[in-house]
Write a protein that binds this ligand. Structure first.
Ligand SMILES: *Cc1c(COP(=O)(O)O)cnc(C)c1O
Length: 404
């Protein structure tokens, strides 16, 4: 559907996020289809975009959910997810979070250290439950992505080394309160090369076989997320190759494949609509100043990430290099550097593309800016799925010191 952005802005104001739910659905189904040769369960990684309407739409597709905080678990449940389709990951789960997750009877908890396992065992003992666990293994493969989003190397804080994992499984097997059901790896985000995933899958499958020989039978092979999108070009990852690399590693093993896609499902579907406020030409540089900022979309500032920029109503006059910047008091507040764009007009609509993942979910109130509204496009209809914040809602948790 061709979106009338002028009309959208007239109704909902600028800036705003809009997500194409039909595109997300279609991606979910294509990914599921790629794994049809085996039992598989997609568990959407909420942290990419955790809007409740989006989660509800995924629940209707029978999605599971990968959560990294107890509030994400609660979001998934609120959206209607079944507890047995929810998994809980993360290096810093607190004892209270573990307790609550156990009481909610979710599918399993992904453990990231021996200390965490002992803590979980204690909690399970208190509740007199048997905790289903999976262990996040660090296979030490280089995902060849940005260092901030690479997670599968010796130097990263995530997961445990293979030998440590083996010792943990042996301990868990003997424990009255732990039940090992899965193994997990997640080597990084924004992976465009399938090879490191295949390599990791092979290493972890070998561990599964060794455990089998020790009479530890796992049910879930959790390959994490990480499938990337090409932010500069329209190219899409080959899902068939992705699936084959994992299926090949698993030959001879009868496990359910669990996937935790985040970015792949939602990144392309999201657009950040904003408006040009001013152009500023200095002796050295041209700046296009817009009404959205790094508090709305942090990726360029945080990872130097590239996002395509479109000016849908531009006459394409006098293109030249410019920096597209927001109004926050940080030099790191930019959406693009040295980008060739035509001369813009005040009030002109600008679209920052592929902003559906790690966009709104990373947004903040920095500079006391209100969080912006979110819209969904589904079956040719547009609806609001989050109201724009207001000054009043922004300050509502603060306690003012009043003089007597
Ligand atoms: C962030 C994360 C994901 C999702 O990563 P994407 O790159 O968005 O697919 C999946 N699993 C775990 C454990 C994560 O931390």
């Amino acid at each position: 559907m061709k979106i009338d952005y002028e009309k959208l802005r007239a109704e909902f104001k600028s800036p705003l996020y809009i997500y194409d739910f039909d595109d997300i659905k279609q991606r979910f189904l294509r990914l599921k289809e790629a794994f049809k040769a085996r039992k598989s369960q997609l568990c959407y990684a909420l942290k990419a975009n955790s809007n409740l309407s989006l989660l509800k739409m995924l629940v209707n597709l029978d999605s599971g959910f990968d959560c990294v905080s107890i509030n994400e678990v609660k979001r998934a449940l609120r959206a209607g997810a079944k507890p047995y389709k929810i998994i809980f990951s993360g290096v810093a789960k607190t004892k209270d979070e573990l307790k609550e997750a156990l009481s909610l009877n979710i599918l399993y908890i992904n453990l990231e250290s021996k200390a965490e396992m002992l803590c979980l065992e204690e909690v399970a003992k208190e509740l007199n439950l048997k905790a289903r666990i999976s262990i996040r293994v660090n296979p030490n493969v280089d995902a060849k992505t940005h260092p901030y989003i690479s997670t599968g190397l010796h130097e990263n804080k995530f997961g445990v080394e293979i030998n440590e994992a083996k010792a943990m499984y042996l301990y868990a097997k003997k424990s009255e309160f732990l039940e090992p059901v899965g193994v997990h790896f997640h080597i990084g985000s924004q992976l465009l090369d399938i090879k490191p995933i295949a390599e990791a899958a092979t290493i972890v499958a070998t561990l599964v076989k060794e455990l089998k020989a020790l009479d530890i039978e796992l049910k879930f092979f959790d390959v994490g997320g990480g499938l990337g999108i090409d932010y500069e070009k329209a190219e899409e990852p080959n899902l068939y190759d992705y699936a084959q690399s994992i299926l090949a590693a698993l030959s001879g093993l009868d496990l359910t494949i669990l996937l935790e896609p985040g970015r792949f499902l939602v990144a392309r579907a999201g657009t950040l609509l904003c408006s040009v406020l001013y152009e500023k030409q200095t002796q050295y540089k041209r700046f296009v100043i817009v009404d959205a900022a790094m508090n709305d979309l942090l990726r360029p500032s945080l990872y130097n990430a590239y996002h395509k920029i479109e000016l849908p109503y531009s006459k394409n006059l006098e293109p030249s290099k410019c920096d597209v910047v927001g109004g926050i008091c940080e030099s790191g507040d930019f959406f693009a550097k040295d980008r060739v764009l035509p001369k813009t007009k005040e009030g002109e609509i600008m679209l920052i593309k592929d902003a559906g993942a790690y966009g709104f979910s990373m947004s903040s109130n920095y500079n006391s800016r209100d969080k912006i509204c979110e819209l969904a496009l589904e079956n040719s209809k547009i609806r609001m799925i989050r109201k724009r914040q207001s000054f009043e809602t922004q300050i509502q948790e603060e306690i003012e010191f009043l003089e007597e």
